[in-house]
Design a protein around this ligand. Structure first.
Ligand SMILES: Nc1ncnc2c1ncn2[C@@H]1O[C@H](COP(=O)(O)OP(=O)(O)OP(=O)(O)O)[C@@H](O)[C@H]1O
Ligand SMILES: [Mg+2]
Length: 270
């Protein structure tokens, strides 16, 4: 079943190196072998407080990847560092074949990285429509193209269209998350990063959001998900990274990690 009647049209994947160039044009299966985002030895923090201690992480093009880990492990700091909001102390961030270490938030957004922050952070006093349009502020595209993408969001989440003139912060938690994800997609990203998809939401809302993300991923969007709930994360993602006190302690396919006793005991309560 197609949830959406207008396909998501992600920006073309730039070639990322000689090996990948040979396999172009890239279908979804081929693209999964290419790292869209590659992070190496990343350290970062706030002032004198170091939070990330040498993170290595790769996000395969076309895949859904998740980052799990306990409170305070540094997951949000990692996403903020990728999107240019937290300064890199050392290490590298490579995105779509370009070294973007130290790039500003606007430069990361223009390069194709969208960040849906923890807690949604919608703008009070602005309508749902205007919150969505803010996601497109860096684009130089025509009004018609932006309207097309707005209709795409509305076809994915019809409740947002029904309420489009309403203050976005009056929505329910699940609807606010739809709006925040929609705002991220309005930038036409190559990578959509979502910090805490399910936090504070009812199971039915999480299920609906998950279905929408799977649909848009199948249409070509690469997704990096930070998620407290390991079962939800592993349901959606094919690859996982476990972050503990600012380091990646385990990584692999979610199928493998779901069987790992360390994961089952620490994060699944099994
Ligand atoms: N703005 C900030 N200034 C100083 N320290 C911060 C700031 N934001 C986070 N920290 C600290 O950085 C560490 C990692 O926090 P972070 O929010 O990245 O963790 P997290 O894994 O996202 O946690 P949670 O699961 O609770 O969202 C914590 O010790 C936190 O107190
Ligand atoms: Mg967090």
């Amino acid at each position: 079943m197609m949830l959406v009647d207008q396909p998501y049209v992600p920006p073309a994947m730039p070639a990322t190196g000689p090996a990948e160039k040979e396999s172009a044009p890239l279908g979804t299966a081929a693209r999964e072998h290419v790292s869209l985002l590659s992070i190496s030895g990343l350290t970062a923090g706030y002032g004198d407080v170091q939070v990330l201690w040498g993170v290595d992480l790769q996000v395969k093009a076309g895949a859904i990847t998740c980052i799990v880990g306990s409170n305070g492990a540094g997951k949000s700091t990692l996403l903020r560092t990728i999107s240019g909001m937290v300064r890199v102390n050392s290490g590298t961030i490579n995105f779509a074949g370009r070294d973007l270490t130290g790039a500003t938030p606007d430069a990361m957004l223009s390069a194709g990285v969208a960040h849906v922050p923890e807690g949604r952070r919608l703008f009070r006093g602005l309508s749902i429509r205007d919150n969505l349009l803010l996601g497109a502020y860096m684009r130089n595209d025509s009004r018609a193209e932006i309207e097309h993408d707005l209709e795409f969001i509305y076809s994915m989440f019809p409740i947002l269209k029904e309420r489009e003139k309403q203050d976005a912060t009056t929505l329910s938690g699940g609807e606010q998350q739809m709006c925040a994800i929609g705002r991220g997609i309005m930038s036409r990203p190559q990578l959509l990063m979502i910090d805490e998809l399910s936090l504070g939401l009812a199971p039915r809302a999480v299920e609906k959001l998950g279905e929408a993300l799977l649909e848009i991923n199948r249409a070509g969007l690469t997704i990096l998900l930070v998620e407290q709930d390991v079962l939800t994360a592993f349901d959606l993602a094919s690859q996982a990274f476990v972050v503990e006190t600012g380091r990646v302690s385990l990584s692999g396919s979610t199928a493998e990690l779901a069987e790992d006793p360390r994961i089952r005991q620490a994060y699944m309560g099994i």
